[in-house]
Design a protein. Structure first.
Ligand code: CDP
Length: 783
């Protein structure tokens, strides 16, 4: 490359996000921006009660309201066999309630009108008679034999128990506990959280009465899978369904499930022959769409006197709400919770999870984490903190003694994972160094002697991302591979079409960088297209940090396929044997004579104009990639807090995050992902939860109740990186999108508890609010 040539901005370049030009200028194209000719608007009537029989629904006044075109009830849907729909976990969910409502906010009826305000107003004219039933709010009480049965609709369902799942060796674990010097136990509740994406869920369903073609513009993180499910449920031919996910304003798992609103809008469009738009408001999104967490966890770790882990076990009661709509791979109903051994070399482990119905909204989605990894990581890191306190070993030292060592990789865990790579000690050391750990520990002792409280929290985490491999991981039977189709045009510019679908992650930039790295076409010359099922190859979508490990790998693989053909074309142009061509940075050069070279642009033009004898024209291909394993990003987060003795208010003095996601495609985007996750992690630890009163009323129906951190509350983050490539990934990248939310809540909680440990306070459930801290200190007589 001459000095004047621009370097190819492939891996490791902080290329500015291509998509931001349109977002920052207000030129994004979201579902609610769509206006189709003749479009109608739909609004949903939702149940005010958590558990009640419906004895009558009178829709006549609503129907008669000017501007109302139709009113739909569960009975109307039932007439078409569409009153129930399958969930991603193989349960059935009412599209519109028939005889009974089972959570506050459940969909009861729909109004379709000429105008969105008319549709909303007419909801008030629908008269529903409810006969209240006792609500079941606590999942432990839901399991009691005399608990009211929530799912009377399910044949053979005699209790509120959904399923039991376990992993590991119970006997070996019990033996480890029997011989341990020390057993440490944590009982904790990881509260229900909500992703609360900036854009709520919605769709425009447009069924063409002439052709029968259903085009559904939809806020979908998984458009291809949704098309297949629509086809299977509605019995529509799949080629006649086109799902288009335009720009999406944040997903975080919330836009993976199929919601009743999508189904009713599609049925309404089919029956009325006009497009129908449905877009939720904020409250509807918070009270009815997929939540995350809600895990009641008991964990125990067995240790030797010198702090070596001998065994680990946990028991979880998982609150799934009124329908089991958890978005999990089918073979693992508790997601990937069995990563609960974390970053540690654990010789015996056993976990069991019981899922339970309650009168709450359904969910269980991968909210900024891989399926249930956040819960698992929180549990093991809370156990490590408590064990350090009880054994009086420095928490960093306790981790050091138990980390899986670099030479143990690939590491086969006792619960069946094969960790691809990791250097846990390195990440911890970097975090401690950046924090100034030893000095802070000294300061902490001095402060405590003066009656001041300060804590240092550590959380070392290992995520597991990039589902599948398809043989073990599927959603509703669809194997979790992903795909990329790449077409290089005669002028050397390209279009990349993907099976994944970004909701803000920056795929249009990073995936173009992968092509740049493999073929030498600059990122701005690669258009990335996602989210249109008629025009992109089949894929399982974007959630659980799977895009880079799976879709990114598919992109590298398809670019390599094209490079092979390009090498043959270059050999033809340079009149040498194929073996004599060397590729680097977009140039195909003759080995030993670097000045004799063709650029990718020369080759692309030749692919359409000057081919070797017998070669097919064009430069394009498609790859469906099924990864051989998951990838295991990791890191260590450290937090320093000061606690005000008089009020219990805790403030973050310093937060250091070290992340290792293997090779970073775009370091700036990775930083952005981590900042977002760290803010979420802080929110979960400090302020954010969806809770319910005894009647099953949802507390958290708007942003005055469900607290999102603003820049005012959010602490400053210091981010650092180590790079341990994934050996089986074509470019060594691991996913990163969610790690920060996985690792950081435990770091915050551990910091507060580290400060309170000398008072004998070893647990406070999240959110760790100042009043809880104050009450705990008060109980110990400290204030
Ligand atoms: O599945 P999702 O896109 O949410 O998560 P991801 O694959 O972890 O990636 C999030 C964003 O970070 C994407 O734009 C990735 O391409 C980028 N990334 C990166 O630049 N380098 C990595 N090693 C991992 C992700």
């Amino acid at each position: 490359m001459s000095e004047t040539e621009t370097p190819i901005r492939g891996l490791g370049h902080s290329v500015r996000r291509k998509e931001d030009d349109r977002f920052l200028r207000g030129r994004g194209n979201y579902v609610d921006d769509l206006q189709l000719p003749g479009m109608l608007h739909m609004a949903l009537l939702r149940s005010p009660l958590a558990h009640a029989r419906i004895t009558a629904i009178d829709v006549e006044a609503a129907k008669a309201h000017p501007g109302v075109v139709a009113v739909v009830t569960g009975r109307d849907l039932d007439a078409h066999g569409l009153a129930w729909m399958p969930t991603l976990s193989g349960d059935t969910q009412a599209v519109l309630a028939l005889d009974k409502v089972v959570f506050q906010g459940q969909e009861v009826a729909a109004v379709v009108a000429e105008d969105p305000y008319v549709a909303s107003d007419a909801l008030e004219l629908i008269d529903v008679d409810y006969d209240p039933l006792p609500p079941v709010v606590d999942p432990h009480k839901a399991l009691e034999p005399d608990a009211p049965l929530i799912r009377e609709d399910k044949q053979g369902q005699t209790s509120n128990h959904i399923n039991h799942w376990e992993k590991g060796d119970r006997d070996a674990t019990e033996r480890a506990f029997a011989t341990a010097d020390k057993v440490v136990r944590v009982e904790t509740f990881y509260p229900r959280s909500h992703p609360a994406p900036l854009e709520t869920c919605g769709c425009v369903a447009d069924v063409d009465p002439a052709t029968g073609k259903a085009t559904i513009y939809m806020t979908s993180q998984a458009p291809h899978a949704h098309r297949t499910l629509f086809a299977l449920v509605a019995g529509l031919p799949e080629q006649n369904i086109r799902i288009v996910s335009p720009d999406i304003g944040g997903g975080f798992g919330n836009k993976v499930p199929i919601y009743p609103g999508y189904v009713v809008a599609t049925v309404a469009s089919l029956l009325l022959g006009r497009p129908v738009k449905w877009v939720e408001d904020r409250t509807e999104n918070l009270i009815s769409t997929g939540f995350a967490r809600d895990y009641h966890m008991t964990g125990e770790v067995a240790l030797s006197g010198d702090g070596k882990i001998m065994g680990l076990r946990s028991k979880v009661v998982a609150d799934h709400g009124a329908f089991n709509a958890a978005a999990q791979p089918t073979k693992t109903p508790a997601g990937l919770f069995h990563i609960f051994t974390g970053s540690y070399d654990v010789p015996a482990a056993f976990c069991e999870v019981d899922a339970v119905y309650t009168n709450k909204a359904p969910g269980g989605i991968a909210y900024r984490c891989s399926f249930r990894v956040t819960e698992a990581s929180f549990l093991i890191e809370r156990l490590m903190q408590k064990a350090a306190t009880e054994l009086d070993i420095d928490p960093a030292e306790l981790r050091r003694r138990n980390f899986i060592r670099p030479e143990q990789f690939p590491y086969h865990s006792v619960v069946g994972w094969v960790y691809d790579s990791g250097e846990y000690q390195r990440a911890l050391d970097l975090a401690l160094e950046q924090l100034g750990y030893q000095e802070l520990r000294r300061e902490q002792r001095e402060r405590f002697a003066r009656g001041e409280l300060m804590g240092i929290g550590i959380a070392s985490f290992t995520e597991v991302v990039g589902a599948g491999h398809g043989a073990d991981y599927d959603i509703a039977g669809l194997r979790m591979f992903d795909s990329a189709e790449l077409r290089v045009h005669p002028t050397g510019k390209a279009i990349l079409k993907l099976g994944v679908k970004a909701q803000g992650q920056g795929h249009e930039t990073t995936f173009a960088q992968i092509v740049a790295a493999e073929l030498g076409i600059q990122p701005e010359d690669v258009a990335v297209m996602e989210g249109d099922t008629d025009n992109t190859p089949y894929g399982l979508g974007t959630y659980a940090s799977r895009s880079t490990p799976v879709g990114g790998a598919a992109t590298a693989m398809v670019a390599r396929k094209l490079r092979e053909k390009a090498t043959r074309i270059a050999a033809h142009l340079l009149e040498v044997a194929e073996e004599d061509i060397e590729y680097a940075e977009g140039r195909f050069a003759v080995r030993g004579a670097p000045d004799r070279a063709k650029t990718i642009q020369d080759v692309a033009f030749a692919a359409y104009t000057n081919l070797p004898e017998g070669m097919e024209a064009g430069l394009e291909g498609v790859t469906y990639y099924d990864p051989p394993n998951m990838t295991f990003p990791f890191g260590t987060y450290c937090v320093v807090v000061d606690i005000d003795k008089g009020t219990g208010v805790w403030k973050v003095r310093k937060m250091v995050a070290v992340d290792d996601c293997g090779v970073r495609i775009n370091p700036m985007i990775v930083e952005g992902q981590i900042h977002g996750g760290l803010a979420e992690g802080f929110a979960i630890a400090a302020m954010q939860q969806i809770s319910f009163d005894e009647e099953g009323n949802c507390i958290g129906q708007n942003f005055t109740e469900y607290l999102l951190p603003t820049s005012w509350e959010t602490p400053k983050f210091e981010t650092h990186a180590t790079v341990t490539p994934s050996p089986h990934h074509p470019i060594g990248a691991k996913g990163v999108g969610e790690s920060a939310t996985v690792g950081s809540p435990a770091a915050y909680v551990n910091a507060v508890l580290d400060a309170l440990a000398p008072l004998g306070i070893t647990n406070i459930d999240m959110p760790v609010t100042s009043d809880k801290v104050w009450a705990a200190m008060h109980e110990k007589g400290f204030v």
